[in-house]
Design a binder for this molecule. Structure first.
Ligand code: ATP
Ligand code: MG
Ligand code: MG
Length: 586
């Protein structure tokens, strides 16, 4: 059942649909390099949203919020959502990231159909739009140094100062702009700026830069350009050319909205763009405890090898989550649970983990794994005795059936399920106590064997033959302990990776109480030293056939996935996605 939390953007979309705000739009499919909105048939999509990643890193959990929001609105209101690569920054962008982003958005279950776009497809149009702005008196080439430009921009309390080049004629600016494009000038020697208002209280309107010189090779346009549009100039144009109706971004861009509207209005006045124009809306970004969600920091974790790569199961990236065993549905549940608001807040990691746990509980067949194996010998069972016990594949889903689990004289049990001296309230194995071997027999502990150092090497017990689960009279035995086990002869040894949170504190790198005023803390100091542990375990024979990405509940332990990278045919490697219970909240 779909649960929809209140979402202020839904109200906006519903109001727009009711008012027919976007009803007059025309659409001709892929926009090319010109103002193609004018042509074409009425737009069949009622609304258009977009997810516009910059291909300069892998997608993280924050991006998932934006993806599910944008694709979710399109799905729910008969619209379309575009996947658009905002590739206006040639130095930092790579094809590897483009491919990873495509995979991750697909994995989340989102489909853009034919609507895959690149900002770089519009470079010609953007260049023409810049020429138009110059001709219309709305832009000029500034030749101040970067530091003069910064100084003259002013501050929150002091108005900016006009550049000495602000009154350059349109003809002179146009000539310089053409020569910028022709490659006559080095990086940083000139920039094209919008001519708006150097005294505006909004610093973003103090003649923002819109084009700059960058002698850099672009992963798609190669060396065709050495001038590139600024993000704030490119983004509104991309939205307009694609007929986006609701351009949804994070709150940091609220102060950019006046420029977004200014630019689109100027270009519509000049008939370079058709109305209705897209509108920008802001929501609060996802902030999550126990992780960092900044690409810069994620890149640092990878490059300095604090993790094994972008897809390390501890990384808050979508590829990492996938290897960890998290599910797209778990992310969807999470997105709905946290909702979409305009106020910044910190979400606790346990909320995401709980959503993953809930979905995994629903989809994961149960299996048995002994993670810290200790031998249990049933002294009254014959050495060659074998029989089968029946274990349900899911306790609430009888339709999933049962499987046979072999039983014999020597079993593996968890080391912590035995003690010689039980503390109060301990109901598992200790000499003289009875427990049930889950799906099997009741046994009574008679003692243990130890090595010279006094370590327990085997537990001894006797089986009560008429106590087998599912047989008549089995429930006359009332025991409080119920432990899992594997037949030693049938189980197989394997390695399992226990993953935990990557950072040990809720806000990595943040000041702590009592820190000296001037202390700069490094987020790397807060890495959790126990975030990964590889252990030697014993597994139920049926697990040998697990395919990559098969997910299971290992009873009493948690949810595990067969690693999609490290697993080999007949030799799956299991990762712990999440424990059965939250062990972090106090
Ligand atoms: P970072 O700050 O980590 O580098 P970014 O915002 O620069 O991320 P983009 O590739 O520009 O990364 O992001 C694509 C989209 O994802 C943007 O629309 C952005 O608003 C959204 N997004 C990024 N981070 C978050 C977040 N933490 N919560 C919600 N949305 C986010
Ligand atoms: Mg960015
Ligand atoms: Mg961004």
């Amino acid at each position: 059942p779909e649960v929809k939390t209140s979402n202020f953007l839904r109200h906006i979309v519903e109001a727009d649909l009711a008012a027919g705000t976007h009803a007059s739009r025309h659409w001709c499919g892929k926009p090319g390099s010109g103002p193609q909105q004018q042509a074409g048939a009425p737009d069949p999509a009622k609304i258009r949203t977009r997810f516009p990643p910059e291909p300069n890193g892998y997608l993280h959990f924050g991006h998932a919020k934006s993806i599910l929001l944008n694709f979710g609105l399109a799905r729910d209101y008969g619209g379309a959502c575009h996947l658009r690569f905002d590739d206006t920054n040639p130095e930092k962008e790579e094809l590897e990231y483009v491919e990873a982003i495509i995979d991750a958005v697909h994995w989340l279950g989102c489909d853009w159909g034919d609507n895959l776009y690149h900002a770089s497809d519009y470079f010609d149009f953007m260049y023409q739009a810049a020429e138009y702005l110059i001709q219309a008196g709305h832009a000029y080439v500034d030749s101040q140094s970067a530091s003069d430009m910064r100084t003259n921009r002013g501050t929150l309390t002091a108005a900016g100062k006009d550049s000495p080049y602000r009154n350059r004629s349109a003809a002179e600016s146009l000539d310089l702009f053409h020569r910028m494009k022709a490659g006559e000038f080095p990086d940083g020697s000139h920039v094209l700026r919008a001519r708006i208002d150097m005294a505006s209280p909004n610093i973003n309107l103090r003649d923002p830069a819109i084009y700059r010189i960058r002698h850099a090779t672009h992963h798609r346009t190669g060396d065709r350009f050495c001038v590139y549009p600024m993000y704030t100039f490119a983004h509104p144009i991309e939205d307009a050319l694609e007929n986006i109706t609701h351009s949804i971004c994070t709150l940091e861009f609220e102060d950019q909205r006046p420029f977004y509207d200014w630019l689109l209005e100027r270009l519509a006045e000049g008939s370079l763009l058709a109305r209705p124009l897209p509108r920008q809306y802001e929501f609060s970004r996802l902030n999550l405890t126990y992780v960092v969600l900044s690409k810069r920091k994620l890149i640092q974790l990878v490059e300095e090898k604090h993790v094994a790569g972008w897809d390390d199961p501890r990384m808050p990236t979508l590829v990492g989550a996938r290897r960890r065993g998290f599910t797209p549905e778990g992310f969807q549940m999470f997105a709905e649970r946290i909702g979409v608001t305009k106020s910044d807040s910190m979400i606790d990691m346990s909320v995401l983990e709980e959503c993953q746990r809930e979905h995994l509980n629903d989809i994961a067949p149960r299996r048995i794994a002994v993670l810290d194996p200790l031998k249990l010998i049933l002294t009254n069972v014959a050495p060659d005795h074998e029989e089968l016990c029946e274990a349900p594949n899911h306790p609430q889903k009888s339709e999933w059936g049962k499987r046979s689990v072999p039983f014999s004289r020597e079993l593996w049990i968890e080391r912590e399920d035995f003690t010689e001296t039980p503390p109060k309230g301990y109901f598992r194995l200790f000499p003289g106590n009875r427990v049930r071997l889950r799906y099997g027999f009741v046994i009574e502990c008679t003692g243990c064997e130890k090595d010279a150092a006094g370590n327990v090497t085997a537990v001894l017990a006797e089986l009560l033959p008429d106590s087998k689960s599912g047989t008549p009279g089995a429930d006359t035995y009332k025991v409080k302990g119920n432990i899992h086990w594997l037949s030693a002869r049938h189980a197989y040894p394997s390695e399992v990776r226990l993953y935990d949170r990557l950072f040990a504190v809720p806000a990595p790198g943040a000041r702590r109480e009592g820190d000296p005023e001037d202390l700069e803390r490094d987020f790397l100091d807060d890495l959790n030293p126990d975030s990964m542990q590889t252990i030697a375990v014993q597994l139920e024979p049926a697990l040998k056939d697990a395919l990559p990405e098969d997910r299971f509940q290992f009873e009493r332990h948690g949810y595990f996935v067969a690693d999609r990278v490290a697993s080999r045919h007949g030799a799956p490697v299991f990762n712990r996605a999440v424990t059965l219970k939250d062990s972090w909240s106090k």
